[in-house]
Design a binder for this molecule. Structure first.
Ligand SMILES: [Zn+2]
Length: 699
């Protein structure tokens, strides 16, 4: 194999040899360090730390969560990294009582309990957090129920047409399509008295495949826990929106918090949902609303009438973020940050231990390189966040605490979370698209004899997808990158493998080591691949002479989205300001590419000039943010993407303009188009400054 490779390299014309964006001169040393780095991660070690982290239920605020933080801190220190724990505090409600009972026309008391399974050692652990939705309102309500499908705004529009009103009723929505918090929010806005969210077997259960423990899919009593914080408005501790919550710091009263639900919300299993749905009458639901339970789905309301009672212990509890720092030699004040959360709803073998274990292998590889004499030019920070499941709390409080420093120093934030067998998936800031493409070109896909990039491209060619090149999807609100990209304006990435590992254990007690060993990533090869991939990305980001941002990709991404938006504006919004700055940006983006190539081919740029150039580049992503934030949600400051107000996890691109257009608020759309044009213009100026700073290096 090796011989063939060398021959191939010699035969390749110079232009076809691997490029390393942002590097000048010989890349021989880089290639050697990378080779060493990628030889370090071991599947066995991924498995060992995954087992340790997922050994006991370790939800945020629990003693076990602190123990996991201390375990990872110990490992990092053992490897010689300078690591510490930063403590925050946040409102983390735990359930104290939950009751769901059908009072008529038949009686049924819901179990609200996931039973232990003999084949799964962890399923009988003590200290499991009961099934609940964090930040549900407390309350005790009795009302007829209405089936609302996925509980998205379009579903309510259909109910309106059918003359079904949910005011004062308890709605029952199925998981899927939108983020769970959005289901609760829409129900509340519609005047519902309560909200039940269940996993229908069609989307998450026996319709998908054999259920656990026979197969990977959700068993009848499995329940998806999760937060219903209003995350599209702001994330982090609901009592300290926009500032860090530490022992002794200022807090809102609970009644003042805007991201906590007011109505009771409870997640239930399909076993508990079935008797309720069986006792609904009213119109038969349209085909797209039908799940896979053995019954005819009706809209209601009633006659099924239920009593729903939820109460929480609204305590403020500690959070333990683990942070390791590798100081940079040349650009000490430019930070490359990589994080993954360590807290779980229960044992969390897949979510988040699979990602956390890969991060630990990346950390070990970087530490080992250091002991061999490597020193990064930029400062690297590795983070294991606490409180992600409640609403990205640990990472958000950390960003809010260090906001000014991050705005000055953070160059790139990389995030990972659940990882397993499947395809490579990447979301992120468009300026990093070319960079990520180069990284995955050089990473072997597990067991495939093919690079991660080639695998991705060949999959695309086989599919009907006409867009065959690699693209980064826009970032919504799925994991800990949110405060970095949407609040602080740091160029960010979210990376991982998934797909083949899909199953039905998400946020349940069955997300266990036994499940993961059978269905997640049995040989931990995808854990190793993620460690290699992110390690390589960090090495290149930390050592590049010039930060490897590509403004052209941003211009292209905005162009695609503006074209798409223009079709929806019905000539009500004048986008000419956006279009003219976009044209300038496209030209300058191309000029930047050209100038960068020539500058780096000639000679390594002189160091003070490099420092200034990198400082300019570091501010580039920030240019896409606006101080006042998005309409109605000032915490979200990024104008390229945001979680949709009514889609939750799912991202909206150009959210300011798009959401105004979608709600036909033309006046607001026009104001937002102005804000977008202004941000793009600042970005464009950044690109022009970079060209100027590069030009001084061209002889
Ligand atoms: Zn997670």
């Amino acid at each position: 194999m090796r011989k063939i490779l060398i021959t191939a390299l010699i035969l390749l014309p110079l232009s076809a040899q691997p490029t390393f964006r942002g590097f000048s001169g010989s890349t021989r040393k880089l290639v050697e360090w990378e080779r060493r780095l990628r030889s370090i991660p071991e599947p066995g070690r991924v498995g060992t730390s995954l087992r340790k982290i997922s050994l006991e239920p370790h939800h945020a605020g629990s003693p076990a969560s602190k123990q996991v933080a201390e375990y990872t801190l110990g490992l990092m220190r053992e490897w010689g990294l300078d690591a510490k724990i930063e403590v925050f505090e946040a409102l983390l409600p735990y359930p104290t009582s939950r009751h769901l009972e059908m009072v008529s026309p038949a009686r049924y008391t819901a179990r609200l309990q996931e039973p232990a399974i003999p084949q799964d050692a962890d399923s009988s652990d003590t200290n499991q957090l009961p099934t609940y939705n964090a930040y549900s309102g407390s309350g005790d309500v009795t009302a007829p129920i209405v089936y609302v499908n996925y509980g998205i705004p379009e579903d309510y529009a259909y109910l309106d047409k059918q003359g079904v009103n949910v005011k004062g009723k308890i709605v029952i929505a199925r998981y899927g399509k939108s983020w769970r918090g959005t289901k609760a929010k829409v129900a509340q806005e519609r005047g519902a008295a309560g909200c039940l969210i269940y996993s229908d077997p069609r989307d998450d259960g026996y319709f998908q495949g054999d259920t656990y423990p026979k197969g990977a899919f959700r068993p009848p009593d499995g329940v998806q826990r999760g937060s219903v914080m209003d995350m599209p408005v702001s994330v982090g501790d609901p009592l300290s929106p926009g500032w860090a919550s530490e022992p002794g710091s200022r807090r809102l009263r609970r009644e003042e918090a805007t991201t906590i639900m007011k109505i009771p919300v409870l997640p239930i299993s399909y076993r508990d949902a079935q008797p309720l749905l069986e006792n609904l009458e009213g119109a038969v639901v349209p085909e797209g609303w039908r799940g896979a339970l053995p019954l005819t789905y009706h809209l209601g309301p009633g006659p099924a009438t239920v009593r729903l009672q939820v109460e929480s212990d609204w305590s403020t509890r500690p959070l333990y973020n683990v942070i390791a720092t590798i100081p940079g030699s040349e650009f000490r004040d430019q930070w490359i940050i990589y994080g993954n959360h360590h807290d779980a709803w229960v044992n969390g073998a897949q979510d988040p231990s699979s990602g956390a274990a890969a991060l630990l292998e990346t950390a070990r590889a970087l530490a080992q390189l250091r002991s061999q004499g490597w020193q990064p030019k930029r400062t690297i920070k590795l983070a294991l966040w606490d409180g992600e499941e409640f609403g990205l709390v640990g990472s958000t409080e950390w960003v809010e605490k260090h906001l000014e420093e991050l705005k000055n120093k953070a160059a790139v934030y990389i995030n990972s979370d659940s990882n397993g067998r499947g395809e490579f998936r990447a979301g992120g800031s468009p300026v990093l698209e070319s960079f990520v493409r180069e990284v995955i070109r050089d990473i072997d896909y597990p067991g495939g004899g093919i690079s991660v990039l080639d695998r991705l491209l060949s999959n695309r060619q086989q599919s009907a997808d006409r867009d065959t090149d690699f693209r980064l999807g826009p970032l919504g609100a799925g994991s800990d990158y949110v405060a970095f990209v949407h609040h602080a304006g740091v160029a960010s990435l979210n990376l991982g493998f998934s797909g083949t590992d899909s199953g039905g254990i998400y946020h349940s007690i069955y997300d266990s080591f036994d499940w993961y060993k059978r269905f997640g990533d049995p040989d931990f090869l995808f854990g190793k691949a993620l460690a290699q991939l992110v390690g390589t990305a960090i090495l290149r980001l930390a050592d590049a002479d010039v930060l490897p941002f590509d403004p052209s990709s941003l211009a292209k991404a905005v162009r695609r989205n503006v074209n798409d938006l223009a079709k929806q504006t019905h000539h009500q919004v004048d986008l000419s300001g956006v279009l003219s700055v976009l044209t300038s940006l496209e030209n300058n983006g191309a000029r930047y590419e050209h100038t960068l190539r020539i500058a780096l081919e000639n000679r390594p740029p002189e160091s003070t000039r490099l420092l200034n150039l990198n400082r300019t580049l570091l501010g580039m992503e920030r240019a896409l943010t606006t101080e006042g934030g998005l309409p109605g949600r000032p915490w979200y400051k990024h104008l390229y993407s945001a979680p949709g107000l009514y889609t939750g996890y799912g991202a909206k691109t150009l959210p300011g303009v798009r959401e105004a257009v979608e709600s036909k608020n033309w006046e607001q759309a026009q104001v937002q188009a102005g804000a977008l044009a202004a941000a793009l213009s600042t970005f464009d100026k950044c690109v022009r400054n970079s060209i100027q700073q590069l030009n001084t290096n061209v002889p």
